[in-house]
Each structure stands twice: as C-alpha cells, then as structure tokens.
Design a protein. Structure first.
Length: 456
C-alpha cells in the first residue's frame, strides 16, 4: 500500500511537470508551483532510509548529484579581494569599484549570486523526481505510462493549436512558436524532444505487457496504440520543423526496434550500428539543404542564429575559463560580448546549447563533472543492454536520455522542468539495482564459504 501511494504521488508530480513545466522564463509561476511541490518529495526522500537499500549505480549517481550541489554552493562562498580579482574575467568588476573609489569587497565566485540561487531552484523538480524514484521506491512502470500519457495529451493539444491557427486559445504562452505543434511547451523544439523520448517508452511498455502474458486481444490493442502514436509522433516532428527532432527520430526508432526484438544479451555490433545511424542522421540533417540557423549561408548574419550565439559564447568561454562566470550568469555575460551594432529588441536568454552554457558558467569543474556523469551513463548503458535478462524500461531510458543529451547539443530542453523531469526519471530507471544486484548476488554467493554442520 505504501509503494502504491508513493508511486501514485510521484506519477502525479511527473504529470504536473510535463503539463506545467513546458517553459523556462515564460513559465515563472507554474515553475514556482513545481518547485514548492518538490520540497516535500525531497524531504521524504532524504528523511527516510531506502528499503531495500539502493544499489551501487544509484549510490554513484547520488554522489554525482552531491558534487553538483557542492559546486553550486562553492560558487556562493564570499572570497577576499585577493582571490576573486585573480579569477579570469573579473577585471571589469575590479575596475568598476576602482572607478567609483570604493574599496574592493568580498565577493563570491559567481558574478551574479542571486541568479545562481535562482538557477539552483529551477533544478528542484528534476532532483525531486530522481531522488524520489531512487530512494522512495516508486514503480517505474507508472512513470513510463505517465510519460506516454502526457505525450499523447500534448499531441492532442498540438492538433488543436494547429487547427486554430495563430489565434488558437490552446497556445498557453505568449512567446511561442505559433502555427506548429508545441503542446504544453512554449518551444516547438522542446515538444519534439518529448515526442522523441516517448517512442522507446511505448516500445518498452508493450514488451512488458507481452512478457506478462496478457491476452492476445489486449496485446494487439497495445500494438495498435504504439503504431498510431508512433505515426503521430513522426508526423508531428515533420510539421513542427525541429531539425534536431527529425535527425534523432530515425536512430531512436531504430534503437526502439532493437529493444523490441526480445534479444536477451544485445550484441555490441547492434549498439554500434545504432550509434552510427544516429551520427549519420544528424549529419544528414545539418549538412543537407535545410533552412537551419547553424550552418546556412544566412546564419552568420542572423543575430539570433545558433551560429552567432555559439561563436559569441565561445569567446566568453575563453575569457572565463577555467572557473567560469557562475551558474545562471549567461544572460548578462552574453550581452557584454554582443556586437552593439547588431543588437535588436530580441534578446538571447540561453545559448541554445546546454553543453556550451554549462562550460561557460562552471568552467573546468563543471566540465569534469559532466564527463564523470557521461562515464556513469555510458557504463550503465552497456550493463543494461548487455544484461542476460532484458530490462525493457531501463533500455528505453537509455534511448530517451541519449536523445535528450544529443538534442541538448543544439538546444536547451533541460532548462525546462518538463524535460528535466523526464531526464531525471530516465537516470533513476537506469540506476535501478535490479540488474547489478542480480549479478552481484551471484558473485557473492559464489565467493561465500560453504557452512557445514558440526556435532563437536
């Protein structure tokens, strides 16, 4: 009964994240509600000991999370003038105090500590989902169905948006991509991320239903739902114009096909083939004759293109490396590097690449932490796909999380609570101790000395 209540509460919270957390700056109050609701989940996750104890993969993931929190707190610690003036990129701050004749105060590592605190609060929904699933023992199947149900609902909303045109009341944000399917998001690219992420979960839930031996009629119904939603997703990706979404849909579908082959121990050549297909698909999209704003002829002259934001951000990265400017400082830092003659009424709120923004704001420490996470993720992915007994939800989580990380190279979907919660759920499912514990249990049993009855 306790697990049912916990699973229901976390599934409801995940649904709220997917419905209310579809925007970053535009969804201020909705995200504030999600952050408040995350607090009791975090408290319960940290206050009670997991039963049964979590496995080693989950413990390592928690350690990475603790290091991330430590990095945020470290950026808020006040430093004496002799230290913070020695940090790269602080010359203009020192010159400002000298210009007005004020003594240099103690200042933190972050150039905007208030923005750093605000950015840390935006992480609360994803962290709550991650720790709630790992430490409270939520049923992963419920989370998978929640993601699929929310995606289907978002597609329905997107259909109403397109049917109603620019004046449709189904667009929930004033600043959005009118005329295309955005669902509960403000950005069509982020909607595409959710659509792509839902594909492997549809496949996994279908395989789990088959493995449980459900009636043939119900199994056929699930196949019909899967095929229908897959068709809707692919059509939606084509309509909303997300180049990254189109490029990722092909390898994600291929990986989902592998998931549904009932292969117990997936051969390495099959995984390598999917990776090559992913690289080829993305390369074909961005090198073809598409009107993208990264490598098109017009991209260098467009002030809001990815080409412009990437190159401008790289200039800032060089000046603030190796310690970065501070989490949440991208917007004011970027304005310092913009060409004044090209500035318009449109401003850049994110670099359209989570990876570049992380390096700019956290420098080498953040980059090393990111590489440690990628090592954890890669190692766990191999374990999940090479396990003798397939865990379909865990395999789906590797596919969905890979798609989100790949899309984050050219966008910022993880800055939304919705995609952040999906990514956190994927990591929690991957960190499940079922596969590792089974192997460790056999190893422990084999090494344990045999006990004999003695009559002495």
């Amino acid at each position: 009964m306790r697990q049912v209540a916990i699973s229901g509460a976390l599934a409801a919270y995940m649904l709220l994240c997917l419905v209310l957390g579809g925007a970053s700056a535009a969804g201020l109050w909705a995200n504030f509600v999600l952050q408040l609701l995350a607090i009791p989940i975090l408290f319960a996750s940290l206050a009670f000991m997991p039963d049964p104890p979590i496995g080693q993969p989950a413990r390592r993931l928690q350690l990475l999370l603790a290091l991330m929190v430590g990095l945020i707190l470290l950026q808020l610690v006040p430093l004496p003038p002799a230290l913070w003036t020695a940090l790269p990129g602080r010359d203009h701050v020192r010159d400002g105090f000298e210009l007005i004749g004020e003594p240099l105060p103690w200042l933190p590592w972050s150039l905007a500590p208030d923005r750093t605190i605000a950015s840390a609060l935006w992480l609360l929904p994803g962290v709550a989902v991650l720790l709630g699933m790992i430490r409270l023992g939520a049923r992963e199947t419920w989370i998978g169905w929640t993601i699929v149900a929310a995606t289907a609902l978002s597609v329905l909303v997107g259909a109403l948006q397109v049917a109603g045109g620019h004046d449709s009341p189904w667009y929930f944000y004033e600043i959005t991509n009118y005329g295309v399917t955005v669902g509960f998001f403000s950005n069509a690219n982020h909607m595409a991320t959710l659509l792509v992420s839902a594909i492997p979960f549809l496949g996994a839930l279908n395989m789990m239903a088959r493995r449980r031996g459900r009636a043939a009629q119900k199994s056929a119904g699930l196949w019909l739902i899967l095929g229908g939603l897959l068709a809707i997703i692919l059509v939606g990706l084509a309509i909303n114009g997300s180049l990254a979404g189109l490029g990722l849909a092909i390898p994600v579908a291929a990986a989902t096909f592998l998931l549904m082959l009932r292969q117990r121990k997936m051969p390495l050549w099959a995984l390598a083939a999917v990776l090559l297909l992913a690289a080829a698909s993305v390369a074909a999209v961005f090198s073809g004759r598409f009107d993208n704003n990264l490598i098109s002829d017009e991209a260098p002259t467009d002030v809001v293109s990815r080409y412009t934001t990437f190159t401008t951000s790289f200039e800032a990265v060089k000046d603030y490396f190796p310690l970065g400017s501070g989490i949440g400082t991208f917007r004011p830092i970027y304005r310092m590097y913009e060409d004044p003659e090209r500035v318009t009424t449109t401003y850049i709120n994110h670099v359209h690449s989570d990876w570049i923004e992380i390096v700019l704001e956290t420098g080498l420490p953040g980059l090393l932490l990111l590489l440690l996470f990628l090592f954890w993720w890669g190692r766990r992915t191999l374990v999940v796909w090479r396990a003798a007994e397939p865990d379909y939800l865990a395999r789906a989580a590797t596919i969905a999380s890979a798609a989100i990380m790949a899309h984050s190279l050219v966008d910022y979907p993880l800055r939304t609570a919705a995609i952040g919660a999906v990514f956190a759920a994927c990591c929690a499912i991957m960190a499940s101790s079922r596969i590792g514990a089974r192997r460790e249990g056999r190893s422990w049993a084999a090494k344990r000395p045999t006990r004999h009855l003695s009559a002495d």
